[in-house]
Design a protein around this ligand. Structure first.
Ligand code: ASP
Length: 438
């Protein structure tokens, strides 16, 4: 016997059919004692997420535009779920309270949080277990900063009083009692902090995909799923654009050494992906995952004898700091250094930056490569193996991809390459094909 904290995302609670699947999953294992739920998400592609509707409702209120229709759409969705499940979760009365608040001037966060609140009420009634409101136990300071340790203590004390319970995700409260939400997708964070507070054996995160895939399925056909990934590898992959879990959800679980298991509500027999704390065993696939994104600019600076000049890189970096631009990577050679910047931070500052670099560093040449893509090939086993980069670059050469930049982190867990935007998909497929069958 252990304790499993299970979190269900928006698609797992989108309607009564999904709610039934969720109920079956929960009831299949008596260890699933604490359940964290999202607000109902999309039932089909063109559908609306409840949270989006609630935020739209707030915009209407703010602008004194009629809001009744949106309110009714949200209410109908919950009433339909309650009715189809044949339960009494007090949804009509809850909407009366919300409407009253709304007329008194409800805050944006209060409204946004009601999707999770009502979803929590529905599941508590459906499962016949306690509803544990997150307000008052998930704590933020007056500036809206999440209070991790205070929350851990308050949650632990509260959860102790319940044998089982449903906790709505995504929100908590400020010291004055007002509701405060995490950023979008934040129910993942609630799941992780609940798992930490109760010292769960596993934090299950149920969504609509069977875990992380080795590569983006929009680029690689039927990519394999990742069985196991370390927190560190996950951080590298999410940084490069792979996303299934809210980034801030990793920290609390990692801190407490609780494995996270990403699972699929629509395919509950699949094991999904385990995100684990320690280093992985050396046997198994060399490459854990491939991720990347487009639209970067590389500024390549060359200066004869740069390597013997002190403070050169600092001068370049301070120029970037002056412009408030974060740097992605700084690959360097003997007399060269390149700065890789995401285009979204550049706006129209590029010309001025180049001018500053030329003037302040007296560089011999400053070359700019635009429309670049970065691809990270991540795997903690790479460090222990010979020939990994040879294989990677041979695959790229054979696929006729011109590699414009290479950066290997000191952990040797990650090889990052820069290619032209046009070569992005070809490069990812070539790397995948080279390693997927290892
Ligand atoms: N309902 C919130 C959102 O749509 C939070 C979540 O689902 O995790 O962002």
């Amino acid at each position: 016997m252990g304790i499993i904290v299970t979190k269900f995302g928006g698609t797992s609670v989108a309607d009564a059919i999904q709610a039934k699947k969720t109920q079956e999953i929960i009831e299949a294992d008596a260890d699933r004692k604490f359940i964290v739920v999202s607000a109902p998400g999309k039932r089909f592609d063109a559908d609306n997420k409840i949270t989006d509707l609630l935020l739209l409702l707030f915009t209407h209120l703010e602008q004194n535009a009629p809001y009744e229709q949106i309110f009714q759409v949200v209410k109908d969705r919950f009433i339909d779920i309650e009715r189809a499940l044949g339960i009494d979760a007090g949804i009509t009365a809850a909407f009366d309270v919300i409407e009253k608040k709304l007329k008194e001037g409800a805050t944006k966060d209060y409204l946004a949080s009601r999707g999770e609140y009502l979803s929590g009420r529905i599941f508590a009634a459906l499962l016949g277990i306690d509803f544990i409101d997150a307000a008052g136990i998930v704590l933020f300071n007056e500036k809206g900063r999440f209070l991790s340790e205070e929350t851990n203590a308050a949650l632990a004390a509260e959860l102790e009083k319940h044998e089982r319970g449903v906790i709505p995700g995504f929100y908590g409260s400020l010291p004055n009692g007002e509701i405060k939400t995490f950023s979008r997708g934040g129910s993942d964070i609630t799941g992780a902090i609940v798992a930490r507070a109760i010292s769960a054996d596993v934090y299950e995160n149920w969504t609509d995909v069977s875990g992380f895939l080795v590569a983006d399925p929009r680029i690689v056909k039927n990519p394999k799923a990742i069985d196991q990934i370390s927190y560190k590898e996950l951080r590298e992959l999410s940084y490069m654009g792979a996303s299934v879990l809210h980034e801030n959800a990793i920290y609390p679980a990692r801190l407490a050494g609780i494995p996270i298991n990403i699972r699929n509500t629509n395919a509950p027999t699949e094991r999904g992906t385990f995100i684990v704390a320690g280093e992985k065993e050396t046997e198994g696939r060399i490459i854990t995952g491939i991720a990347g994104s487009k639209d970067f600019t590389v500024i390549a600076i060359y200066k004869n004898m740069m390597s013997s000049e002190t403070g050169f890189i600092r001068r370049v970096l301070s120029i970037m700091e002056d412009y408030g631009i974060p740097i992605e990577h700084i690959p360097s050679g003997v007399d060269t250094v390149s700065i890789v910047i995401a285009d979204k931070y550049l706006d129209d500052k590029l010309g001025d930056i180049i001018e500053d670099i030329e003037r302040k560093t007296q560089a011999d040449t400053v070359e700019v490569f635009e429309k670049m893509a970065l691809i990270a090939t991540v795997g903690s086993r790479m460090a222990a193996r010979k020939g990994v980069s040879a294989k990677l670059f041979t695959a790229l050469y054979e696929a006729d991809v011109n590699v414009r930049m290479i950066d290997q982190g000191s952990s040797e867990m990650n090889i990052i390459i820069g290619v032209e935007n046009n070569d992005f998909e070809t490069a990812i497929r070539a790397i995948y094909d080279a390693f997927a069958n290892e």
